[in-house]
Design a protein around this ligand. Sequence first.
Ligand code: XIL
Length: 351
Amino acid sequence: MGFRKSGLPSSLAAAAADTGRYCGTSAQIEQIDGQPDLRAAIVRECTWLTPEYALKWDAIEPKPGSHLFTPVDDLLRFSDAHGMKVRGHTLLWHRTVPSWAERILRESKDWGPIHRHFSTVLARYGQAIDQWDVINEPLEPGHHGDGLRRSVFLDVFGPDYIRRALEEARILAPTARLMVNEYGLEYDLPDERSRRHCLLKLVERLKAAGAPLDGLGIQGHLDLGKGKIDATAFGDFLAEIAALGLFIVITELDVREADRQAPVAARDRRVADEVRRYLDVALAQPAVRGVITWGMTDRHSWLSPSTADEGHATDTARTTRDRNRGLPFDAAMHRKPMHSAIRESLLAAPR
Ligand code: XIL
């Protein structure tokens, strides 16, 4: 791992290791294979890797019983060769249930398709992959009394689907650490206040029911249009989650910009300052074990307007001008102030 003349580690991975933590990013194996500068940055900066979408249900089983394992196999081979660990993102997410599966679930009201999905994926990867987001984004406060999101899972199986999924995953992958992954937990906004509250209640209920929940993933999609991060409320929330016995990972850190017309230096400063404010609160909590960014370089940001919410992003669809600059490296793979912000926050964190 790289060290600066100062003796302080220069890479994110080394800075994280300095306080016993880890650092990583999400990626697509096709990008790692096709872009040597990306590959080099990932090898240097990361000890964890999350497949950006290859493990999602609609990506891995586009047609019933017909699986596309190659991208995940290849990503695992790459991470293995470089001593990296992989996050299992994600078993159940309302946005990536294949339409064929949603139809069967709604018609049959039978857990069978979920069981088959879990069995196949966990038989193949349950040992090789350490952490699993068993459920991604279960909350959407305002719809259901307990803040659970309306989804095919809630509609068909009721609120107990979360416990059931965790138990099933535990049986199929007994050594893996099982997590719930959620967003929208850091700002001083009514919706985020209610998300913190509902998530805490959900974890309390799951723990009281003896559900095998080991950790909480906090996506950490920061947003310069959302006002202030509520440092006190976010810090208290992390402490309460930790007190319930869970470890915590920041799983998808990036920053959505509010003003892409400002000079680049000012934009990069704002992004970095927001990240520093956020990580200083998060990393003050010893239960926060790792920081994963949602991409390494602005070249691949899912937040660039031409690609956001349009399914899987391709590089060519992005233009330089409207690119979001919310990741540690710019599109030419130069370090930005956000890189220093993550690194310095890691180095300043209590052990
Ligand atoms: C995004 C990917 O980056 C896109 O390429 C894909 O089309 C949609 O999903 N929260 C999550 C991630 O948990 O899985 C999402 O990833 C970003 C928001």
